[in-house]
Design a protein around this ligand. Structure first.
Ligand code: NAP
Length: 320
């Protein structure tokens, strides 16, 4: 890769959507580069276990992300670890500027930047991040072996991570703001059957407190009675959903009220040749299999678009 390199396709983001797009693009013989600012694999790399990716009854999130990466690399997909600074749509081609100053150009771009965990926004959360506040049980759970932790949230992620933490910790409190969980039935049943997990219903965390050893307690408020209390804990794991990483989405691409990119069924945005795939894209189900399916769709559509674009420019040159 050099400054002003030209590709058929640039993929931004190396999670399941981006890597699957890479597999399909390489198989379609498109000259392709995938740019990922962190480690390839995406959010799934931080999941303890995955039990609903077809073909895998059980696989750790890290293993699945490595399998996806290795699969893409088996087709010699170049994966470049760099941060993207700007994506500039153009009439002839699109450009992707990297933080190191390199400028890449391509006929088509697939946006697969995924999402990031939402924050509670309570006092102590930012201050004690890494000192007891975490957004990844697989990454940080080990530090809480034999200890007490609080898990905030009532969705699939919170339940999966609470179950993971229950294997390590002495006690796990799930703090949920309503009287019913959002998580799938099967995860709810497992949580209710785990004696180390206690669900604190209709409860929110209003502050995270720490002493010299890190997080030591949370302030809780009952959402129905407004009663407050303090609960001693060694750690706080926040799993309250995520927001799309849309900061790099160019102007002119439609997003819904929640910031997800709106596309047609080919994953194409309002700008021809720019596609969105995975958790960044507006959709019904935010699952790994759907992200992978998006990556496939976007790459196949991009291949068709590029083929037509090249054919048109060949015809123009012949008639010039
Ligand atoms: P989610 O489904 O949006 O759940 C977020 C949870 O956090 C909800 O229970 C919500 O409460 C609660 N919450 C939101 N904001 C809050 C706040 N400010 N304070 C306290 N609680 C708050 O998010 P997720 O669990 O990360 O899942 C995201 C998507 O990924 C979902 O579609 C999920 O099915 C999928 N996922 C699937 C799997 C799997 O199938 N293996 C695993 C993980 C995630 P309310 O319920 O009251 O809104």
């Amino acid at each position: 890769m050099s400054d002003n390199s030209f590709y058929d396709l640039i993929i931004v983001g190396g999670g399941p959507a981006g890597l699957t797009a890479g597999i399909y693009a390489m198989r379609a013989a498109l000259s392709t580069v995938l740019i990922e600012k962190g480690l390839a694999g995406g959010q799934v790399a931080n999941s303890d276990s995955v039990e609903n990716y077809p073909g895998f009854e059980y696989v750790t999130g890290f293993d699945l992300s490595q399998k996806l990466l290795n699969h893409a690399k088996s087709y010699d997909l170049p994966v470049v670890q760099q941060e993207v600074a700007e994506i500039q749509p153009g009439l002839k081609h699109h450009s992707v500027r990297l933080s190191n100053g390199d400028n890449l150009n391509a006929h088509a771009v697939i946006l697969a930047m995924g999402g990031s965990p939402l924050k509670l926004g309570v006092p102590g959360e930012d201050k004690y991040y890494g000192k007891g506040v975490s957004y990844c049980a697989t990454c940080d759970g080990f530090f809480f072996k034999g200890k007490t932790v609080v898990v905030v949230g009532g969705g699939d992620t919170a339940m999966e991570e609470a179950l993971y933490l229950a294997k390590l910790c002495k006690q796990v409190y799930v703090v949920h703001r309503r009287d019913a969980l959002r998580a799938s039935r099967i995860l709810q049943q497992r949580v209710f059957g785990e004696c180390k997990i206690e669900v604190l219903w209709n409860t929110v965390v209003t502050e995270i407190k720490a002493d010299e050893g890190g997080v030591c307690a949370v302030h809780l408020r009952d959402t129905q009675t407004a009663a407050t209390r303090e609960l001693a804990t060694d750690g706080v794991f926040v799993f309250i959903g995520f927001s799309p990483n849309n900061a790099l989405v160019p102007a002119g691409i439609a997003m819904n009220a929640d910031g997800y990119v709106v596309t047609d069924e080919k994953c194409e945005t309002k700008i021809p040749g720019i596609y969105a795939a995975g958790d960044l894209r507006q959709k019904y189900a935010r699952q790994i299999v759907v992200a992978a399916a998006d990556g496939c769709t976007a790459a196949l559509a991009a291949a068709h678009y590029i083929e037509e674009k090249k054919a048109t420019s060949d015809t123009c040159q012949l008639t010039d």
